[in-house]
Structures are given as C-alpha cells and as structure tokens.
Design a protein around this ligand. Structure first.
Ligand SMILES: Cc1cc2nc3c(=O)[nH]c(=O)nc-3n(C[C@H](O)[C@H](O)[C@H](O)COP(=O)(O)OP(=O)(O)OC[C@H]3O[C@@H](n4cnc5c(N)ncnc54)[C@H](O)[C@@H]3O)c2cc1C
Length: 385
C-alpha cells in the first residue's frame, strides 16, 4: 500500500525493520502492554534492537558513534515504527532528537557521557519545554535557573514531558534572563546525580509509554551542563521544531496507514447485504479517501525530509506536513472505525485504539492551529501570532 520509490538499500532496511516489528514489537505493544504502562526493562531490549536498524543511532554521525542516516531514510524507518505502535514511536522520536541536539550543540564532555547510551538504546532523555503556563507560546517559560558560583539552581515545573518516567536526564529549557527571547537557556539535568521528581499523566491514549510532569525544586546543576551558549536556546528550539515536526507528521502517517490496513482487511471479510462490504460503493469511497489522505501526507513528509537533506530551510513545508498528516490521521482513523461498525468501538479491534491515538496527534510539537499560523506567516510575511 502507498508506493513510494525507495533505493535498494532503503527497501532492504524498511523490510527488515517491518519484519522485526511484526514479530517482536507488535505483540508487546498491541497485546501485552496495550493501554498499559510498559516498564523500562521491557522497553530497553526493543530500543536496543531498533538502534541496530538505525532508529536513534541514525540521527548521529559515524564520527560520534551513530549511523549517520539521511533524513529521508530516517523518516521512512520511523513510519514503520509508528505503523507498528505510536507508543513505541515516542521514545524513538525523543531520544533521536536528544541525541541530535547533543551531537550538534553540547560540549564534548556532555557528548561523551550522555550520547553513547542514547544511540545504543539503553538510556533515555526527556526534552522539557512545556509548562502549566507555557504551551503554544514557548516565550512564557517560567522555570528559573539562577547562577550560584559555578552552579545553576533550578526551580519550576515541566508538563507533558515524553519519556519523563524513563528519563536518565532532562534537557530543560530554563529562563536565565529577563529578555523574553534572549533569556532562555537549555541545561542538562541528570536525574540520578542532580535529581528531579516525576509524576505520570494518565491520558486518553499513549499510555504504554511515559508522559509526565517533572518537578524541579532548587536543583543544583554545574554550569558546565549548559547546552550551547547562555540565552541562545530559543532560536535553537525553533530550528529543532522544524525537523521534529516532520517526524511527528510521520507518526501520524504510520498511524493512518495502519488504520487503513485494518479497514481494508475488515472490509474484505465482513459481509452484509449478500457481499463483502468492500463491494458497497460508499465503503469503497471511504477507503479511497483514506488511502489518498495517507499517501498525500506521506509525500508532504518526504518533501520536508528531502529539503532537510538538501540543507534547505523547510519551516513552511514541515508545518504543512505536520498540519495535514495529523488532521488526516484523525479523519482516517475515524473512517476506519466507521467501516468496522459496532466492532470498531470495541477493544477487540485495533481501530478503537488508533482513533483515540489520532485525537492526540494534532496537539504536540505545535498544535494544528500553530502550524496554520506558521504556514500563513510564510505566505504573507505577516505574523498572526
Ligand atoms: C502526548 C503529548 C506529548 C508531549 N510531549 C512533550 C515533550 O516531550 N516536551 C514538551 O516540552 N512538551 C510536550 N508536549 C506538550 C505540547 O507541546 C503542548 O501540549 C502543545 O505545545 C500545546 O500546548 P498546550 O497543551 O499548553 O495548549 P495551549 O497552548 O494552551 O493551546 C490550547 C488551544 O489554543 C490554541 N491556540 C494557542 N495559541 C493560539 C494562537 N495564537 N492562535 C490560535 N490558536 C491558539 C491551540 O491550538 C489549542 O487548540 C506533549 C503533549 C502531548 C499531548
């Protein structure tokens, strides 16, 4: 389903990964830990195997111990993970971007200490931006880091933090100065050495992995744990979003593809009015609409990936991919439930879970409304936010 042209190497990598996921990961996420928190010791062996396929490790160059995959290939592999399990795709996504940030910006001491575990699949990072009062507007971050000699003293609360419960360290966006744009700094906080409290958040979906609140109370962290220059985090965070949004878009493509596959199978076997429901024109129309949305979303994501690989700015294209793919996932998952009739709302069928997951997708990494504002700003040059 959904043909795109892959190189021979890409096709082999995607096929090998698909086989592993179907055999090993799908039973874990689809059955044993369906809607149930997966403990770290169960997740680690999966992350280790995924690292061998180029997930997380692909985001880092060979010089720093990674596989150094191009963005497009990384996105193709990521689609397979999301089509297997959106829950599993979250730690892959967060660790990939944590690893990418460490390689690009962190000091060699931080890189040497924290990067190897991430790219081997044995440690976890969290990216702490959002707070109770700072969601769509990053400038409202209040978590405060004040200098005390050669340490930062950090207090505040982060929320919606993916990987929070698994995390060994947090890359925390802190306010270190009064300038709204120039007063934000990223600081690496080690959970075991410096300490922070974590509380899981119960959600409509995505409950096999960790989304958490993180509480920081006068946490002392060496100034050497600053990532990049003091006050320079806003520009970097926004640049980071450009790439990570393409992956969140691909998460939705994977989810929607899975919903389509489930609907096609069901429509072929469920019979009403003397024939398989796939033979009813209104069901066929739904399937055609779903398939077209999945493919259009994937092509938008691939275009963003190609622009990244060409070293070109792709803020608008990544926003389009994120906006379209996440809204497509909602629409496709809903239609997949409809095609399943009453069975579609029971826990015996996967589409019920996919529909709950799809509702979440247009929220993280910039809501659909924020993506619309970014797209319109690129078109008009006028910021509406
Ligand atoms: C599953 C999940 C995982 C997440 N993981 C992380 C993570 O790892 N790290 C992290 O830092 N954050 C994470 N987040 C947080 C996420 O980035 C925020 O939820 C998101 O940015 C939206 O912020 P908010 O929830 O505060 O909503 P708000 O910003 O309060 O928005 C509420 C509504 O208002 C709309 N809105 C806001 N401003 C405007 C505007 N100017 N114009 C029009 N409409 C507007 C929004 O689109 C939305 O519909 C995660 C969230 C979820 C759900």
């Amino acid at each position: 389903m959904g043909q795109v042209l892959l190189s021979g190497e890409q096709a082999m990598a995607v096929e090998g990964l698909r086989r592993y996921l179907a055999a090993e990961a799908d039973p874990l996420f689809g059955k044993a830990y369906r809607d149930r928190f997966m403990p770290r010791e169960v997740l680690v062996p999966v992350m280790r195997r995924l690292a061998e396929f180029g997930l997380v490790s692909g985001a880092v160059s060979p010089a720093a111990g990674g596989l150094g995959l191009d963005w497009l290939t990384s996105l193709m592999l990521f689609e397979e993970v999301a089509a297997c399990s959106v829950d599993l795709s979250v730690p892959v996504l967060i660790n990939s971007f944590g690893a990418y940030l460490l390689e690009q910006v962190a000091s060699s001491a931080l890189r040497e200490r924290y990067l190897p575990g991430l790219i081997a699949g044995t440690s976890f990072v969290s990216m702490g931006i959002s707070e109770p009062g700072a969601g769509s507007n990053v400038l409202e971050v209040r978590t405060r880091a004040r200098r005390d000699g050669d340490h930062w003293v950090i207090s505040g609360e982060k929320t919606w933090i993916s990987n929070g419960g698994y995390s060994d360290f947090l890359i925390c966006l802190c306010r270190t100065g009064e300038d709204p744009r120039g007063g934000l700094t990223q600081i690496l906080i080690d959970r075991h050495e410096h300490g922070y409290d974590v509380r899981e958040i119960d959600k409509i979906a995505f409950n096999s992995q960790s989304t958490a609140q993180i509480f920081l109370d006068e946490v002392r962290v060496p100034v050497a744990n600053t990532i990049g220059e003091e006050g320079g985090a806003l520009k970097r965070t926004l640049a980071h979003f450009e790439k990570s949004r393409a992956f969140v878009a691909m998460q939705s493509v994977g989810l929607a593809r899975r919903a389509l596959e489930e609907a096609v199978t069901y429509a072929g076997v469920r019979r009403q009015h003397g024939k398989a429901i796939a033979g009813h024109q209104l069901i066929a129309a739904m399937l055609a609409d779903m398939a077209t949305q999945v493919d259009a979303a994937r092509l938008l994501v691939h275009r963003a990936g190609q622009l990244f690989d060409a070293g070109r700015g792709a803020e608008m294209e990544a926003a389009m991919a994120k906006y379209f793919a996440c809204e497509a996932a909602v629409s496709v998952a809903r239609q997949a439930v409809q095609i399943h009739g009453g069975n579609g709302v029971t826990r015996d069928f996967l589409v019920e879970k996919l529909a709950r997951e799809a509702i979440v997708c247009p929220i993280p990494e910039g809501t659909s409304q924020i993506q619309q504002l970014i797209i319109a700003r690129a078109l008009t040059g006028v910021a509406a936010f």
